[in-house]
Design a binder for this molecule. Structure first.
Ligand SMILES: Cc1cc2nc3c(=O)[nH]c(=O)nc-3n(C[C@H](O)[C@H](O)[C@H](O)COP(=O)(O)O)c2cc1C
Length: 313
């Protein structure tokens, strides 16, 4: 199963995610234009990113907000072809990782702060605390997205790669990550061969709730996703049908399998929701790796999910 956070076949443009041509040319300013028209880029020119450009982008990232201004992250900047090639292999052979001139790997990093605390004889349990973990994850992503936007502003393109959390031990050894440092996401960066089309999104009318949360009606819910993925269909070949019904059986028993079959027969195709959770991010398999990830977190020096017992009572 391909577990990547991209979708099959989307490495080439256009992706099936739906093209959005609704953004007006008369947006308020340059920053907003960048934000409103951005898209992931997976096709890069064979052109080096000058140091002054890269440094500015990285500097912008380190300016981002972090909980308590602690900056509990590190960024591994990879430019060596050999390493990028290996990263591509470890990440489902997503070839753009190797063709991008720079890959940035964003990592949670409690090691640096833990060492600082130790030097200063300060008490330190951040790597054992869920709250610290939760905030540091947000800090890391906010920094990554700041870098992403800064890159767009300087004419670069980028694409996140979430599969970095597969083959964690191999990534750890390749990047020489010590205890307390955990990779979160990779960002492939370079000059775009072309500007990929902006994808359709659920807009504020669906995403933003006025004062309190309100469920959309079933009809509105269907409508919003139909508008996001207009005309999306997948042929229900016998193999696909067998696979999706098997997933349904495992997750919701025979009754869900029966309902899923009826829906596919009624429509004549596999819908995108069925594809997302029945074939791509398989609902029966995704939660199976939970324990393995927790074990890996522990192996990497993060114990926030375990009961904390104070050594000195
Ligand atoms: C956390 C995260 C992980 C992602 N991982 C991948 C990936 O492994 N491969 C890929 O091609 N795209 C990946 N993407 C990019 C998404 O596929 C992309 O953002 C989505 O299709 C929407 O397209 P857009 O960014 O052009 O709007 C990832 C995006 C995020 C935010």
């Amino acid at each position: 199963m391909r577990k990547g956070t991209g979708m099959p076949g989307e490495h080439d443009e256009p992706s099936h995610h739906g093209i959005d041509d609704s953004v007006s040319e008369s947006v308020l300013n340059e920053t907003l234009r960048i934000l409103l028209t951005r898209s992931s880029c997976r096709s890069f020119e064979n052109r080096v990113i000058p140091d002054e450009v890269l440094n500015q982008i990285l500097e912008a990232g380190t300016r981002a907000a972090t909980g308590g201004n602690l900056q509990p992250y590190s960024i591994i900047c990879v430019r060596k072809q050999e390493t990028k090639q290996r990263l591509a292999e470890l990440n489902e052979d997503q070839s753009f990782i190797a063709t991008a001139p720079v890959d940035l790997i964003f990592c949670l990093d409690w090691r640096r702060l833990g060492r600082w605390a130790a030097l200063e004889k300060a008490p330190f349990t951040a790597n054992r605390s869920f709250r610290h973990f939760w905030i540091s994850f947000q800090d890391t992503i906010i920094t990554a997205q700041t870098i992403c936007t800064a890159a767009d502003a300087l004419g670069l393109g980028s694409c996140y790669v979430g599969t970095i959390i597969d083959h964690l031990r191999e990534h750890r050894s390749l990047l020489q990550l010590p205890d307390g440092v955990f990779p979160v996401v990779l960002l492939a960066l370079g000059y775009p061969k072309f500007r990929p089309a902006t994808k359709k999104k659920l807009g504020p009318s669906y995403i933003v709730h006025d004062e309190v949360y309100r469920d959309a009606s079933d009809a509105d819910l269907r409508g919003m996703y139909e508008a996001k993925y207009p005309g999306w269909k997948k042929e229900p070949t016998p193999e696909r049908l067998e696979e999706i019904l098997q997933v349904c059986r495992r997750v919701g028993g025979e009754s869900l399998a029966q309902e899923c079959r009826e829906r596919i027969e009624q429509k004549g195709y596999i819908s995108i929701a069925q594809n997302y959770f029945g074939l791509h991010y398989r609902a029966d398999l995704m939660p199976l790796s939970n324990e393995e990830y927790l074990n890996l977190m522990k192996e990497f020096g993060f114990g926030w999910f375990e009961k904390y017992v104070s050594p000195e009572v």
